[in-house]
Design a protein around this ligand. Structure first.
Ligand code: MN
Ligand code: MN
Length: 324
């Protein structure tokens, strides 16, 4: 380090320096391109080859890194300090050598997460479009299907589209078919918007997923939704996938497929906090599209959702080790 720290030795830790300084990493954690001695790895997946309409989510990780530098070290509401509980690092990007070949791109993403999983690291990812969650689940669900709390305007259980089995509207159908997700331990919250055909999400119902449409959420509220999520996923290993379009476009305009009438930011924060104690094995925030986000608001809210999920993962890691 060229700079000599003279007054505050604690500032050897980049997280304790002024938040506007330094290279933007996720939450100002150290950037590691090799996995070593960490518990939770925050990972960018700059890929949007699965987008069916407005592209741009490949730029999501960089924008969320930038906005995440505003996030401080402790959760004011829950008092959780994830960086005190576990070792957190920015593992860089699962970037792609061949992004234009979709199946191969998903294999490249999986290969990255295979290594992360083999190292015993719990991944927290930032997309990218929602198709990235499929290769992440392929890596994480090796030992058997996992449950999932899925917050999104869309069920993402569509079928082949324009000749492709893989796109951001189908990852969870594929994941159920591949035995990666247990549909009976899966809840989808915030579903709304217009449809291409009336039974577009029929697969979710056919395989027994709990689908919470936005009307039910708005009638019953975030606290009820959290209780319902806890009931559905139970105590087994669970993944948390947050599509930023689950938020109302007032809070997240910068996304490829916005749908009016969505979840507010405070509802999302309180819902996620209420899930503390579940056995989360990984999580992601996807579909931030900076070209549609000139103010940075969507990336800022995504970074704050990411922090809430990080708090849950830190607690889950400690719980699995019996050290909480
Ligand atoms: Mn989605
Ligand atoms: Mn969506």
């Amino acid at each position: 380090m060229i700079k000599d720290i003279q007054h505050y030795p604690d500032m050897a830790n980049p997280q304790l320096r002024p938040r506007y300084s330094g290279i933007a990493t996720f939450f100002r954690t150290p950037l590691l391109e090799n996995i070593q001695d960490i518990d939770v790895g925050v990972i960018g997946v700059p890929f949007d080859g699965g987008v069916t309409n407005r592209t741009g989510a490949r730029h999501g990780p960089r924008a969320v890194r930038e906005q995440s530098t505003l996030v401080r070290r402790y959760n004011q509401a829950t008092k959780v300090g994830p960086f005190d509980l576990v070792r957190v690092a920015d593992l860089g990007d699962a970037w792609l050598e061949q992004p234009y070949e979709l199946s191969g791109a998903l294999r490249e993403i999986q290969a990255f997460f295979d290594k992360v999983h083999a190292a015993g690291v719990t991944p927290l990812s930032v997309g990218g479009d929602h198709c990235i969650t499929l290769p992440i689940l392929r890596a994480l669900a090796r030992e058997g299907p996992v449950g999932m709390v899925h917050i999104d305007a869309h069920c993402d259980t569509g079928d082949d589209y324009l000749g492709s089995r893989f796109h951001h509207g189908a990852p969870f159908r594929r994941a159920v078919e591949e035995g990666l997700l247990d549909p009976k331990r899966l809840i989808q919250i915030g579903i709304r918007g217009s449809l291409n055909h009336p039974d577009m999400w029929q697969f979710s119902h056919d395989v027994g997923m709990r689908v919470v449409y936005m009307e039910e959420f708005s009638d019953r509220g975030w606290r009820w939704a959290a209780e319902e999520a806890r009931r559905v996923v139970g105590s087994g290993p669970t993944y948390l996938s947050f599509d930023v379009d689950g938020l109302d476009p007032v809070f997240a305009p910068g996304t490829g497929t916005p749908e009016s009438g969505g979840i507010s930011m405070i509802e999302a924060q309180r819902l996620i906090r209420e899930l503390a104690g579940l056995d989360f094995v990984g999580g992601d925030v996807v579909e931030v599209s900076p070209p549609f986000d000139p103010s940075g608001l969507t990336a800022q809210n995504a970074a704050n959702v990411l922090f809430e999920i990080l708090c849950l993962l830190a607690l889950a890691v400690k719980q699995r080790r019996g050290t909480l």
